[in-house]
Write a protein of this length. Structure first.
Length: 167
């Protein structure tokens, strides 16, 4: 009887160990796929900008590269080049968004980014709702100023810390 109980306990422990290994492998694969997806989405946004303004694309690529090299944050470009119709739609959704004739996105001269970093098994994100103080602490605003980028967090009448544009 005691041998059966012990054998059953060993089987349970082996199954728990296998389940744990599967979970860890799943998390590793998920994170690899996540990073590859972000890489290709960022490249796509930069390439879209390059199709209308190669110099802007070069500046934004250097800006993103420097953030990822000199801070502990990674960049996810959430918006780059926008069509006029997309900008009109955004303006309708939020009247505080720029009009088509004022938007640098339409010209390929602006990007919106989120920042993230992994801590253990979780990711911490900085997004539009994050405070200006949090954004400044990352060092990204200082990097932006070296590239002469206007930071949307410096707007007095609109909170847009994800926005960086070339004057």
């Amino acid at each position: 009887m005691a041998l059966k109980v012990r054998n059953r306990a060993v089987k349970i422990l082996i199954n728990l160990f296998i389940a744990f290994c599967i979970l860890i492998v799943g998390l590793v694969i998920y994170n690899i796929i996540f990073e590859i997806k972000i890489y290709f989405l960022n490249r796509s946004e930069i390439n879209d900008i390059a199709s209308v303004d190669n110099r802007s694309a070069e500046i934004f690529q250097k800006f993103v590269d420097e953030i990822e090299k000199k801070t502990d944050w990674e960049v996810s470009i959430i918006s780059g080049l926008r069509s006029k119709s997309d900008q009109i739609k955004l303006k309708r959704e939020n009247p505080r968004n720029a009009a088509v004739d004022k938007s640098r996105h339409v010209l390929g001269r602006a990007i919106d980014i989120n920042l993230y970093k992994r801590i253990g098994l979780r990711r911490i994100w900085l997004k539009k709702a994050s405070s200006k103080i949090e954004w400044r602490r990352t060092g990204v605003t200082a990097i932006a100023s070296r590239y002469h980028l206007l930071w949307g967090g410096s707007y007095h009448n609109y909170h847009d810390p994800v926005h960086f544009e070339i004057h």
